[in-house]
Design a protein around this ligand. Structure first.
Ligand SMILES: NC(=O)c1ccc[n+]([C@@H]2O[C@H](COP(=O)([O-])OP(=O)(O)OC[C@H]3O[C@@H](n4cnc5c(N)ncnc54)[C@H](O)[C@@H]3O)[C@@H](O)[C@H]2O)c1
Ligand SMILES: Nc1ncnc2c1ncn2[C@@H]1O[C@H](COP(=O)(O)OP(=O)(O)OP(=O)(O)O)[C@@H](O)[C@H]1O
Length: 522
């Protein structure tokens, strides 16, 4: 690499601007500015007559650039960790508020109904006691004041969210003995735990009372089924039913009898839905399941997906048999697939502080970084934790969950992976290279995709095929496994449902069987 002497003088200022602060640390902004300066510097065209000193100097600058990038990655990792601590803090705060409320309601209503007594015993036990050491439980109690919207009308009375318990099934049998430790180091020997089915079973501990029905828009068959299902759930199951504002309008146009249906007014109310809803029903295709998942930015209630689309990889329930299906789901226990999601942060080069980082986006299928309408190759530098993975030169890159492995990633040549396998698929889109095979990375890593300063064009990130965001040179996308999976109910179990989907949906490995007669080994 040849460097022009005058450039060094000119850029020296920006390099020296990244001086350590009084604590001895470099600020992230100055790091990135310096990195940019170094990038520009090392890309200057060669000038004749430069000597070996300059060459050495440019190599040294390269090393500095690498160190600066590592520092920027450290910042991204710290931000992800901070987000995780913030989540833990909010959970803890919510739990404390919850306990405070129970205490209050017990004092106010000590002679009230049975369920209040139940609450009292739950409150005494605490979440750990009620679940024992095995399984995972969910308990929520809500209360709210003022009553204007449907949402608040329901919150006016004390509403109890149904609790359930999750457990692992061992070799077809229910067992509370799930194994957290898969590797043992006892007595210096490394052994892996006995292989067991990791099928998860959900058992209601109290009856589910509130259901949210989400529907594919502009479909008459979906609209008809939705009205029928709403009526049946109200009349036969006495459930509280939430629908989207659009659907409530459609139902009321059909009949004013549907005024018992609840909806919400704004995004703030949507943010609270997970605390009220026991069950989500989707009527549509895979896109409606993605839509349902995108409504929950945190924990997601169990989802029962009915198939009213064309492919339906994630929608195993037959809509014609909705009564039997819902009967058995409401009774439980049911097998569920815990579908992992990816949490994606767009980190802008222009952000002055880490607080300007945009809200994270959760995806159930994948995040795609592509060239959008640009006719140039995308050039993306990819890092896994702090290690350089590769530079993508092609149409783009897909970072997919295992649930998304049968969607866009499959079309780009990625493997199909059972949705219960925890991992992140790293699949290039039309790479201009003969040897760029797709990768599957472990679930605990953080992946950073950087649009370098010397990229010829912008890149575009899209999330489950929606919400396109432009990434400028210097911007990055960091993604890691989210702590909130999407639990979807299975028709049989997660393996059976997955295999049925690839056979029926994709006609996987369909071939006429070879005839018996003909040449064979003697
Ligand atoms: N070339 C491609 O295959 C391609 C291109 C763009 C987007 N997509 C996929 O479409 C998804 C968005 O779905 P949509 O319904 O909102 O858009 P859409 O209506 O364009 O449907 C895309 C198709 O992908 C199928 N699909 C979605 N998720 C799937 C999954 N997990 N497994 C198997 N098939 C799945 C759907 O059933 C549908 O047939 C994106 O997340 C992306 O995976 C695929
Ligand atoms: N409740 C909703 N509100 C707004 N848009 C929705 C909603 N449900 C689904 N969509 C969108 O409608 C589109 C089509 O939905 P969906 O994929 O469920 O139906 P489909 O295309 O007929 O089925 P399939 O994906 O099986 O072919 C998707 O892009 C999805 O994001």
């Amino acid at each position: 690499m040849y460097v022009c002497g005058s450039c060094i003088d000119q850029d020296d200022a920006s390099v020296s601007s990244s001086q350590p602060d009084s604590n001895g640390f470099l600020s992230p902004l100055s790091l990135l500015n310096s990195e940019k300066a170094v990038q520009e510097l090392v890309q200057q065209p060669p000038v004749q007559g430069t000597d070996d000193h300059l060459r050495e100097f440019s190599e040294a600058l390269r090393t500095v650039a690498k160190a600066l990038r590592r520092a920027a990655e450290g910042k991204a990792a710290a931000q992800a960790e901070a987000a995780e601590w913030k989540r833990k803090y909010e959970l803890e705060r919510e739990r404390n508020l919850h306990l405070e409320y129970k205490d209050l309601s017990l004092r106010e209503h000590h002679s009230d109904d049975n369920w209040i007594e139940n609450l009292a015993s739950q409150s005494n036990e605490g979440p750990e006691c009620c679940c024992g050491n095995n399984g995972i439980c969910s308990h929520e109690v809500l209360r709210d004041g003022g009553a204007k919207s449907d949402f608040k009308v329901v919150q006016d009375k004390y509403t109890r969210k149904a609790s359930f318990k999750l457990s692992w099934c061992c070799k077809g049998e229910q067992s509370d003995q799930h194994k957290h430790d898969i590797v043992s180091f006892e007595k210096g020997n490394i052994t892996t735990a006995e292989r067991s089915s990791r099928q998860i079973s959900l058992k209601w501990e109290s009856d589910p009372q509130t259901v949210l029905i989400l529907t594919k828009p502009n479909s008459t068959s979906v609209q008809i089924l939705c009205a029928e299902m709403v009526r049946w759930l109200k009349e036969h199951k006495r459930m509280d039913i939430y629908v989207e504002p659009r659907v409530k309008t459609e139902l009321l146009l059909e009949s004013s009898d549907f005024n018992f249906v609840y909806t919400w007014k704004d995004d703030n109310e949507i943010m609270l839905l997970h605390r009220k809803v026991d069950l989500v029903v989707t009527l549509g295709g895979d896109g409606t399941v993605l839509w349902a998942a995108s409504m929950f930015k945190g924990p997601v209630p169990p989802v029962v997906p009915f198939s009213l689309g064309s492919l339906g990889f994630m929608t195993p329930f037959y809509s014609e048999q909705y009564k039997e299906c819902l009967d058995s789901v409401l009774k439980g226990p049911i097998s569920i697939t815990l579908r992992h999601r990816l949490m994606c942060h767009v980190i802008r080069d222009a952000a002055k502080t880490e607080y300007e980082t945009e809200e994270p986006i959760l995806v159930l299928n994948e995040v795609t970084i592509d060239r959008g309408i640009s006719s140039y190759l995308t050039y993306l530098e990819c890092y896994c934790d702090n290690s350089f993975v590769t530079a993508v030169q092609g149409d783009g890159l897909i970072l997919s969950t295992t649930s998304g492995s049968t969607a866009y990633s499959l079309a780009a040549g990625g493997s199909m992976v059972h949705p219960q396998v925890p991992g992140i698929l790293f699949t290039p889109i039309c790479p201009h290279s003969l040897s760029f095979r797709p990768l599957i990375l472990p679930e605990h890593v953080s992946i950073r995709v950087q649009v370098p300063f010397n990229s010829r064009s912008h890149a575009w990130a899209s999330f489950d095929g929606k919400d396109r965001k432009q990434l400028q040179p210097g911007d990055a996308l960091v993604c890691s496994m989210a702590p909130w999976p999407v639990p979807t109910a299975c028709l049989v179990d997660s393996t059976n449902d997955f295999l049925r989907s690839i056979h029926e949906g994709l006609h996987w490995n369909l071939r006429k069987t070879q005839s018996f007669d003909g040449p064979r080994d003697s």
